[in-house]
Design a binder for this molecule. Structure first.
Ligand SMILES: Nc1nc2c(ncn2[C@@H]2O[C@H](COP(=O)(O)OP(=O)(O)OP(=O)(O)O)[C@@H](O)[C@H]2O)c(=O)[nH]1
Ligand SMILES: [Mg+2]
Length: 294
């Protein structure tokens, strides 16, 4: 007796024998083309708007860049990304367009916002709620201390359909989901409740899967055989009350210097779902407004 007790080494849970969600690995072109061919077919609406929200450092800006990288086949940096961490790096409300092959923008756009933080820091949840309804002007600078009011210059009082959000994308980092502070969770919940009132579809993009599971770090194709990733997705689902079929793990571009087909495939798969439900919501809104004008 008397030997020193060492901490047992971390043993990752065993993988599933088969992927629990199928992915057409090696065939990203089909999904890419489908997304490139999307047309809204609405004369007065050029774009369907997608809003990304989440905790500071969750990977919101990286996700927007990753989507753009996947379409451009190279590394882009339209949404600046933090290399240090701490308080929110993104401070301005900005629309990100994705250029199609002929140089014109694709019919879906992303809005990046300042990250949410505990207590009085980070984006004010009332400002995010205003963004859902299109009340934030392009270039609005977030002020954590006081939300925008209708008399402020950054307030848009008459938003068009294009200014409104049609899909709320919650970005959650797989390696940080268990550490989310209560204040951030409460803000996310309020934003989600408001989106639900507006009949707005909601999904979760779970970023940084490589930091939650070493097997996925080595091989991204293990994403749907990794038990750890499924556990983390379930955690996200329980936290926000969003069903598993609206949760997509995505590895963002962060250290790569070239495009990677398997990363792009996960991005396109998530985006296909986002764009489908966003365009459905847009059409529903247009139908209701036609009905009201009849
Ligand atoms: N390993 C890894 N790192 C990632 C991934 N996604 C984002 N990151 C890193 O996470 C950090 C935060 O990413 P950002 O995109 O700046 O996060 P954000 O949500 O926009 O943050 P704020 O604007 O500060 O609220 C950066 O250092 C990224 O490189 C990922 O999938 N894997
Ligand atoms: Mg950012």
């Amino acid at each position: 007796m008397g030997g020193s007790q060492s901490t047992p080494a971390y043993v990752p849970p065993p993988e599933f024998d088969r992927p629990w969600r199928t992915m057409p690995w090696g065939r990203k072109d089909v999904l890419e083309q489908k997304l490139r061919d999307l047309s809204l077919n609405k004369p007065n609406v050029r774009f369907v708007r997608i809003l990304v929200v989440g905790e500071v450092g969750a990977g919101k800006s990286s996700f927007i860049n990753s989507v753009n990288n996947a379409f451009q086949g190279r590394i882009t940096s339209g949404a600046l990304v933090d290399g240090i961490g701490g308080t929110s790096f993104t401070k301005i409300y900005k629309t990100h367009y994705i250029e199609g092959k002929d140089g014109s923008p694709l019919p879906f756009v992303f809005n990046d916002i300042m990250g949410l933080e505990d207590k009085e820091s980070g984006a004010h949840e009332q400002d995010v709620i205003k963004a859902l309804r299109g009340f934030l002007q392009e270039g609005h600078k977030f002020n954590p201390a006081s939300p925008l009011s209708p008399n402020d210059p950054g307030y848009r009082s008459n938003p068009s359909v294009e200014d409104q959000t049609f899909c709320l994308v919650n970005i959650i980092a797989a390696d940080k989901v268990s550490l989310m502070q209560n204040g951030v969770f409460e803000k996310l919940k309020k934003i989600r409740q408001e989106a639900t009132k507006l009949n707005m579809p909601q999904v979760i993009i779970m970023t940084r899967p490589d930091l939650a599971c070493p097997k996925v770090k080595c091989d991204i194709r293990k994403i749907y055989t990794s038990r750890k990733i499924k556990e983390k997705m379930q955690e996200c689902s329980n936290l926000l009350g969003i069903p598993m079929n609206h949760i997509f793990p995505v590895k963002n571009y962060h250290e790569e210097i070239d495009a990677v087909d398997d990363m792009d495939l996960l991005i396109f798969k998530a985006l296909d779902q986002i764009v489908n439900i966003a365009t459905d919501a847009l059409k529903e809104t247009l139908r209701n407004s036609d009905y009201q004008h009849e």
